[in-house]
Design a protein around this ligand. Structure first.
Ligand code: HEC
Length: 201
């Protein structure tokens, strides 16, 4: 004999709680999308940009085919398992990127997680043809970031009370003798790749 199963009170409560959360999420999503679509300005400021050369475009398609996106995020594609590569061209020089792809650990100066010799998962990046590697490196070096964005080494171009305050509050005194302030070294508008990132250092 088959009896229709009644939900226990606890199950009913859980179901109602889940239902309320689900409903709230749907309403919040609808509101967010409505606001976003009707806003005059983008909700989040775009701080990374690119202007690809012919070689950069070729490099981009090699990059897509080489499954780099399975770990990296760039140009709104890929995952965030590895590093986000948007803006990398403002942080690393073309020579650095090429050197990293050939010899990751020596270039990092310490052990790496996925790049390097087999069985590391991204070891195949070392075995690419010289030309493909060069084109990918050119593509990556053309992914730039505005000064002050989270992926740029250069601080915001305007004077920042916040940064001054943090440096004053937290940086030990001897640092001012040991290090130079990056703001004195980099002219943000030039978007230079800082010298520290050159190969071999
Ligand atoms: C299995 C995951 C994975 C795959 C696939 C992968 N990467 Fe990476 N990548 C990483 C991780 C993790 C790091 C950080 C270094 C490390 O620990 O290996 C990294 C670092 C890098 C860096 C240095 C970034 C920096 O600023 O320090 C570059 C450049 C890079 N990857 C390019 C590529 C390219 C090009 C491909 C495709 C040919 C690729 N990666 C495929 C996981 C991956």
């Amino acid at each position: 004999m088959k009896r229709s199963q009644q939900l226990k009170p606890g199950e009913k409560i859980l179901l109602i709680i889940f239902g309320v959360f689900f409903l709230l999420a749907m309403v919040a999503y609808a509101v967010l999308e409505t606001v976003r679509l009707n806003a005059d300005e983008p909700m989040f400021k775009q701080t990374t940009h690119f202007d690809f050369s012919e070689e950069g475009k070729k490099g981009s398609s090699i990059y897509q085919k080489a499954r780099c996106n399975s770990c990296h995020r760039a140009l709104r594609m890929g995952t965030s398992m590895g590093l986000i590569l948007d803006g990398i061209g403002s942080k690393r020089s073309l020579e650095w990127i090429e050197a990293f792809l050939i010899n990751p650990e020596a270039t990092y100066g310490h052990e790496t997680l996925d790049h390097g010799l087999p069985p590391k998962e991204a070891s195949y990046a070392m075995r690419m043809s010289k030309e493909d590697r060069r084109l990918i490196a050119i593509f990556l070096s053309e992914l730039r970031a505005d000064a002050g964005s989270s992926v740029a080494p250069a601080p915001p171009p305007e004077h920042s009370v916040f940064i001054d305050g943090m440096v004053k509050a937290w940086a030990p005194k001897e640092w001012s003798e040991k290090y130079t302030d990056i703001r004195d070294r980099i002219k943000p508008e030039e978007e230079q790749v800082s010298e520290e990132q050159e190969v071999g250092r």
